[in-house]
Design a binder for this molecule. Sequence first.
Ligand code: SAM
Ligand code: SF4
Length: 336
Amino acid sequence: MTRTAPLIDNFGRHVTYVRISVTDRCDFRCVYCMSEDMVFLPKSQILSLEEIETLARNLVACGVTKIRLTGGEPLVRPGVVDLAKKLSALPGLRELCMTTNGSRLQDLAEPLKAAGVDRLNVSLDSLDEGRFHELTRTGRLGKVMAGIEAAQRAGFQHTKLNAVVLRGRNDDEVRPLVDYALAQGLDLSFIEEMPLGVITEHDRASAFFSSDDIRKVIRSRYALESVADDTGGPSRYFQIPGHASRIGFISPHSHNFCGDCNRVRVTTEGRLLLCLGNEHSLDLRTILRNGPSDQVSVDARVQTALHEAMLIKPEKHHFNLNDEPQILRFMSATGG
Ligand code: SAM
Ligand code: SF4
């Protein structure tokens, strides 16, 4: 497919990175991400794998160079390895990544590597079996650890752990998680909890544990040196002298990262979401499904829509933990 004009929003930001939620389903029910009795979308409402492939092809034709498959748990969607194989072969795509809870990596790390996935992020909020089970409601720590080891064996480089830190729940795990990442040669990002979806299990405001607090804990043992980052992403990175691991902090509350935003998301239902913290979006599913179905027509419709969508990408998000959640969708359907 010939390349078309790049995606540039009203604030001059180039969109080169897309996170695609391939399913809203998950085998875990993490307390900050889902309610215990989540209702999942019916199949007819979610994009088919072919539709995801079509979107990805057009996004790449418009200059997107990095795609992350996420969810929900991407590895619970049947056919996701084949999808990865097709996406990794798109000319112009430089990086195909996946964010996973790791529960199925023990079996799937090698197939994913063979399918051309370049990098993995694995969520890990606790190194204590009981605590891990409490936070994920259904997860088994041993499976995830085995999954991380399988990813290392399969040859994945720069695998990154993601940890959401909640005051009084796992804030005492900051140091053990850093020690584990350093010992395994893994990167590690700490994420401030974001108010996405209504949860009842804890009060997000009182569980808030800021990136500054986390850095204080780490600095009680290690020197943290700031490192430059050119990913245009929300993370601020640090390194501990003598170690290769990078320690990142994603701080939507304490450090607004919108100025350099280079990304958009595609929800499980095919909504192009222009900002994690706003509802500005475009219904790509309707555009994919309504109209002539030959490839030339579909591609033309999708690309026109992508360019039009750039005009409504908001300048920034406004999260406020003390108000009612303004964003009713959960991270799992959003493409976290
Ligand atoms: N299931 C995969 C996983 O857990 O890695 C991928 C999807 S999950 C929604 C992606 C990331 O979002 C995870 O690292 C998770 O910890 C994070 N996350 C989920 N809900 C969140 C929230 N309310 N605030 C901040 N991070 C959240
Ligand atoms: Fe599932 Fe990931 Fe959400 Fe946890 S954070 S419930 S693993 S989608």
